[in-house]
Ligand binder design. Structure first.
Ligand code: HH2
Length: 271
């Protein structure tokens, strides 16, 4: 999943793709590089970020969703607002990525149910404004797992088909460096919930703390962390730098499968 942030203030690429044409061009490049889906967002969720009014978010994302869906891309809308999700689905999106796991807008679960689209429910402690103020857990993995289990049940009760739901532990959303490492190391416990797991490690600050690199220099660290997530059962990898993570995942997947390409061959060979 390639990231297209149509915002002035995203933590690693804020302001770069605010112009819809530049954002569409960027999304097309990510597809050419091998992304299977694009996640388009018009509101930053970086620590301390201010909320964006729906009208402004709509103005940012709708032309980009339209342009990329018209180019044949599978499009996810990264929003917590039902009005933005509805307009994005009308413009060609087919997936709703909600970092509040249907807690931000009471209408969003019903909309996803009614439209029959796929969605991602993510864990976050607090709100972007406050989430990095001394986050605490009894046991981060058990707490995140219990939360996701509860949000999954909520979504199903609201009419979303269970097979349409993916879960995400929310790396960096109300988590210290140690919390992020623990979640990554024990990701299998989240995978055990039985739904596909989405993981967003890309360029995040804990990778900067470990490597000493700024956001743009974290592609290798991102790829390494994604390999570990793959090995532990993650299914969707949300990244800014597609080629680096794709190469790393291909080698890791081939190693885990003991061969390449991954799909079973239909022809037989005689030795
Ligand atoms: N991370 C970000 C945004 N959306 N969605 C999911 N499902 N998982 C994530 O980990 C995730 C997410 C933050 O990254 P980015 O979009 O690059 O930054 P910003 O929120 O500042 O726009």
């Amino acid at each position: 999943m390639g990231v297209v942030n149509v915002t002035p203030d995203s933590f690693s690429d804020g302001g770069r793709f605010l112009d819809p044409r530049t954002a569409v061009e960027h999304g097309r490049r990510l597809i050419d590089e091998g992304a299977q889906m694009l996640d388009i967002g018009g509101e930053s969720t970086r620590p301390g970020a201010d909320a964006v009014p729906a009208e402004e978010e709509l103005r940012r994302v709708v032309p980009v969703v339209e342009g990329l869906a018209a180019a044949g891309a599978a499009v996810s809308i990264d929003t917590s607002k039902a009005s933005v999700a509805a307009a994005a689905l009308d413009a060609g999106a087919s997936y709703v990525n909600d970092v509040t796991a249907f807690r931000g807008d009471p209408e969003l679960a019903g909309l996803v149910a009614e439209r029959g689209v796929d969605c991602c429910l993510m864990h976050m402690l607090g709100t972007p404004r406050t989430m990095q103020d001394d986050p605490r857990y009894d046991d981060v993995v058990s707490d995140v797992k219990a939360f996701l289990e509860q949000r999954l049940a909520f979504a199903v009760a609201a009419g979303v088909a269970e097979e349409r739901i993916m879960l995400d532990p929310g790396i960096g959303f109300g988590k210290t460096l140690e919390h992020n490492l623990e979640l990554l190391a024990r990701l299998g416990e989240i995978v055990a919930l039985g739904r596909p797991v989405v993981i967003g490690l890309s360029r995040k600050s804990f990778l900067g703390k470990i490597t000493g690199r700024d956001e743009a220099g974290r592609a290798v660290a991102t790829a390494a962390a994604n390999v570990l997530a793959l090995e532990r059962g993650a299914s969707v990898f949300r990244v800014h730098d597609v080629p680096e993570t794709l190469d790393a995942l291909a080698v890791a997947a081939a190693t885990l499968a003991g061969g390449w390409p991954l799909t079973p061959r239909t022809t037989t060979t005689t030795t």
